[in-house]
Design a binder for this molecule. Structure first.
Ligand code: ZN
Ligand code: ZN
Ligand code: ZN
Length: 358
């Protein structure tokens, strides 16, 4: 899946001393002037407006802020030296980044009610316009994207029980099925069939993707059809993207991204190519032990195709008729009508072995 950047937005942080909501990139609280704590989480603004200012977008792209290894001050990701003490930032601790803070809030947000006096304030307000209380308590909890729930325990146990029962049933079938009993039999009937396909060379029609068609084929009509889904855009692909969501960059900004796949469309074509096609099947058959192949006379553009043979022996037993398919003409030739045989029959009524009778 390809990750596409939709844009960048400001996140917010709530002052732990006065509950004022402050813009993410701002290092001091608008309400009490206190410093932004190193571990304060960044959360989504009620309404996320994509940044348009090039300089601010560059700051958002700079990546996580770095805390100075000497004085602890927070510095932008692109800085080399600490803005507060001038120390080298190499080796300083970068802020956590990359976590999803929630689905992108593109639309206008509802006003925020002040938790102290009940006044309605604009969605983005940091403090109450009436009483000055911080509005962070009303800040909506960050909503993560839907996550796959692990399968429930009960379901797993149920599957386990089914598996065990299945194994027991299979074992029972194998043990019971393996038991056979002897049956005396006499050959009552025999029959055989032999067939040969007759093929003719001509133009044969097929369908396939254009790039699979043989070079010597004549391509007929084509139509555009869905072929595959790809992670990368390509020629003839349609982009399909999921809901945009916001990812913490670690610098007080969020990157709004979308996961996209590409549905690839391609030409599905009819084509004709010269090939062999079955035009007839010649068959001979009989009720004796002397099978023969049908006589085939070929025209100039014809050849013999697939040959098939089938030899059936019907036994009469005390349990009724039992049929046997002989493996070859040689095998078949032993079953003279009226001859006696000993059969082994399993518990499903299947023939498991044959030997000459007394
Ligand atoms: Zn404050
Ligand atoms: Zn410093
Ligand atoms: Zn208020």
């Amino acid at each position: 899946m390809a990750k596409k950047t939709v844009g960048y937005v400001q996140l917010e942080w709530a002052c732990p001393r006065c509950a004022t909501r402050n813009p993410g990139p701002q290092k001091f609280c608008n309400g009490c002037g206190g410093p932004q704590p190193a571990d304060v989480p960044f959360t989504q603004a009620a309404e996320e407006k994509l940044l348009t200012d090039a300089a601010e977008i560059a700051r958002a792209k700079a990546g996580p802020d770095i805390h100075c290894p000497y004085c602890g001050s927070r510095n932008p990701g692109a800085a080399k030296f600490c803005g507060a003490c001038g120390g080298k930032l190499e080796g300083g601790q970068a802020r956590r980044a990359g976590q999803v803070v929630g689905a992108h809030r593109a639309g206008p947000a509802r006003p925020v009610r002040c938790p102290s006096c009940g006044t309605e304030n604009p969605a983005g307000a940091g403090r109450c316009s009436n009483c000055g209380a911080g509005l962070a308590a009303e800040a909506p909890a960050p909503a993560g994207p839907a996550q796959a729930r692990p399968p429930r325990r009960g379901l797993l146990i149920g599957l386990g029980v089914l598996l065990v029962l299945g194994c027991l049933a299979t074992a029972a079938v194998l043990i019971l099925g393996g038991r056979t009993h002897p049956v005396s039999a006499v050959v009552q009937d025999v029959n055989w069939t032999r067939s040969v396909a007759l093929e003719s060379l001509g133009m044969v029609q097929y369908e396939d993707w254009r790039d699979n068609i043989p070079a010597d084929a004549q391509v007929g009509g084509c139509r555009t059809e869905y072929r595959a889904t790809s992670d990368e855009p390509g020629p003839n692909s349609t982009e399909v993207c999921g809901t945009p969501y916001t990812v913490d960059t670690g610098g007080g900004y969020g990157e709004v991204v979308q996961d996209c796949v590409y549905e690839v469309y391609d030409d599905w074509c009819d084509y004709t190519v010269q090939g062999w096609q079955v035009v007839d099947t010649l068959t001979s058959s009989g009720y004796d032990l002397n099978p023969y192949w049908p006589s085939v006379s070929l025209a100039g553009d014809q050849r013999e195709g697939e040959a098939q043979e089938q030899y059936t022996v019907v036994f009469a037993t005390d349990d009724g008729q039992v049929e046997y398919q002989a493996q070859s003409a040689a095998d078949f030739s032993q079953f003279i009508i009226g001859s006696a045989w000993e059969l082994e029959i399993d518990s499903f009524g299947n023939l498991s072995s044959i030997s000459p009778g007394p």
